[in-house]
Design a protein around this ligand. Structure first.
Ligand code: UDP
Length: 139
């Protein structure tokens, strides 16, 4: 089933100028980048985006980190895109990420783990709507 997921290439990756390398892994996995924009996330955007983690001890640092440099927000499309991208990303902690995954290849730490991907179709829709208008997504 063709579906869409939301992705962010995080500040640790833009700082190292490896957004193209990450996009190559995404495309090699059969996902299509149907929308993409490089932005600087505002504090308000980052706080809202990670609201579910508000009570977690890492929330403050996570918001700091996500606003510390440019990010690339993306919409990815493909068969089972949500689950497929979670697989391609690898585990949150790069030490536990499988070989060949983006986080195994590129992540620096559990926080600076290079990419975000939606964890459900419902969240994908919510997250996409936070950053893209329908007409900016070209499948
Ligand atoms: N994170 C962190 N410390 C932790 C767990 C998570 O800094 O102990 C950060 C990390 O950047 C992660 C994000 O918070 O990607 C969201 O956490 P989540 O558990 O949703 O992981 P994900 O879905 O990104 O794999």
């Amino acid at each position: 089933m063709t579906e869409r997921t939301f992705s962010i290439i995080k500040p640790d990756a833009t700082a190292r100028n490896i957004t193209g390398k990450i996009n190559a892994v995404i495309e090699d996995a059969g996902l299509r980048i149907v929308a993409q924009r490089r932005i600087r996330m505002s504090r308000v955007q980052a706080e809202k985006f990670y609201e579910v983690h508000k009570e977690r001890p890492f929330y403050g640092e996570l918001v700091e980190y996500m606003t510390s440099g440019p990010v690339v927000v993306q919409v990815l499309e493909g068969d089972n895109a949500v689950a497929k991208y979670r697989e391609v990303m690898g585990a949150t902690n790069p030490a536990q990420a499988a070989e060949g995954t983006i986080r195994k290849l590129f992540a620096e730490s559990i926080q600076n783990n290079s990419v975000h991907g939606s964890d459900s179709q419902d969240n994908a829709k919510i997250e996409i709507a936070q950053f893209f208008k329908d007409e900016d997504i070209v499948g």
